[in-house]
Design a protein around this ligand. Structure first.
Ligand code: AR6
Length: 182
């Protein structure tokens, strides 16, 4: 179910509640860890749905630093690519967590631009096991994504794919308020 849609420049941004592994988009953005070798949460779900070729491709990438992202094919997923972003572990907010989280969204869009992608769906990076407060993370996700849209000029569809109504409400609120008073 779509919670909110907003057009910004040439792109339509949407907040939905869904299992990201079911989305037919050019790329889904995974919440990975620095090893890129899989794990639980959305990462586990993506690897299960993509099949073992995804892990084989990830092994060749040599890991990924926090705040950065790397791209693979989507294999058995309906999505054509997976962008593996590594969010920060929450340590209270004083260790550059906000900057690292924003960087994940920016790097993911840069990869969309470099690969001529037109549609991308983000998971709510760092808001599960990594413990980033969901309200702050939603604002960072929306702001960093909108500010990085010029890096991906062909992207016309951006989806914030939330796994709960609560997460979707936070993203919808951040998206609705963007550009307005905070
Ligand atoms: N579709 C969409 N969102 C999902 C799905 C799904 N199928 N499953 C979970 N979520 P998390 P993190 C949401 O813990 O906090 C892994 O083990 C979930 O509700 O997956 O960045 C990695 O390997 C939450 O809102 O990622 C890392 O070690 C969001 O996805 C570590 O967890 C992110 O939760 C990364 O932790």
């Amino acid at each position: 179910m779509t919670q909110l849609t907003r057009r910004i420049g040439g792109a339509e941004l949407k907040v939905i509640v869904a299992d990201i592994t079911t989305l037919s988009v050019d790329a889904i953005v995974n919440a990975a860890n620095t090893s890129l070798l899989g794990g639980g949460g959305v990462d586990g779900a993506i690897h299960r749905a993509a099949g073992p070729e995804l892990l084989a491709a990830c092994r060749k990438l040599g890991g990924c630093p926090t705040g950065d992202a790397k791209i693979t094919k989507g294999y058995l997923l309906p999505a054509r690519h997976v962008i593996h972003a590594v969010g920060p572990v929450w340590h209270g907010g004083t260790r550059g967590e906000a900057e690292a989280l924003g960087s994940c969204y920016r790097r993911a869009l840069e990869l969309c631009g470099a690969n001529q992608l037109t549609s991308v769906a983000f998971s709510a990076i760092s808001t599960g096991v990594y413990g980033f407060p969901a309200d702050q993370a939603a604002k960072i996700a929306v702001h960093a994504t909108i500010e990085a849209l010029p890096a991906a000029p062909l992207v016309v569809d951006v989806i914030f794919c939330c796994f709960s109504e609560k997460s979707a409400a936070l993203h919808a609120d951040a998206l609705a308020r963007y550009g307005g008073p905070c």
